[in-house]
Design a protein around this ligand. Structure first.
Ligand SMILES: [Cu+2]
Length: 202
């Protein structure tokens, strides 16, 4: 095999290995300790919504929260995932009223409340967008075991990417973790699993 192909092969294998290691790490973080499995995800947060209102997790108590972390400049994963979330809720009809979809920014430098507002509107009137100071966002991400880091053109303050976990969390009306959904869940499956998890009959 030519040296160049070997190099490419080695790089590909390394990327796959890194991906698997990351996934294993995430799964462990999300699953938490063996059988209880739910206690470690979620918790208090203080953030600002797309209308500039300060909110905490208590503002959502009494409703299920469907939470996804990402950023508005995300080229692929976030728009796809938010579309899946909103399509699943649409499919649930009135049964979705007990679920509040929430998009939390991991890019507070660019995602101001105004930017969040025009972004979440693309996904219908129901989606709430939360952002905050870098510290507030870091605290929320830490509570939800969300990984994020700038990547690509990190020297630029305007034009960069943010790597981030792509897991959807369902939190109960008491604010406690119920279950999570992976990136590959499609809208129909998400809708049926949400119905099951929120106790509505199919
Ligand atoms: Cu994204």
């Amino acid at each position: 095999m030519p040296r160049r192909s070997l190099l490419i092969l080695a790089t590909v294998l390394l990327v796959i290995a890194a991906g698997l290691a990351g996934y294993a790490w995430m799964s462990r973080q999300v699953a938490g300790p063996a059988s209880t499995g739910t206690a470690l995800v979620g918790g208090p947060f203080t953030l600002t919504d797309q209308n500039g209102r300060r909110v905490t997790e208590k503002d959502f108590h009494g409703k299920y929260m469907l939470v996804f972390f990402g950023y508005t400049y995300c080229p692929d994963i976030c728009p796809t995932e938010l579309q899946v979330m909103m399509a699943a809720l649409d499919q649930m009809g009135t049964e979705a009223e007990k679920i509040q979809p929430i998009f939390v920014s991991v890019d507070p430098a660019r995602d101001t409340p105004d930017v969040m507002k025009s972004y979440v509107e693309n996904f219908g009137p129901r989606l709430v967008g939360l952002t905050g100071s870098p510290e507030e966002v870091a605290a929320a991400a830490k509570a939800y075991r969300v990984y994020y880091a700038r990547s690509g053109n990190t020297a630029s303050t305007e034009d960069y990417l943010v790597d981030h976990s792509s897991i959807i969390y369902l939190m109960g009306p008491d604010g406690r973790f119920v279950k999570h959904f992976t990136y590959t869940t499609d809208a129909a499956k998400l809708a049926s699993e949400l119905k099951e998890a929120t106790g509505t009959s199919l």
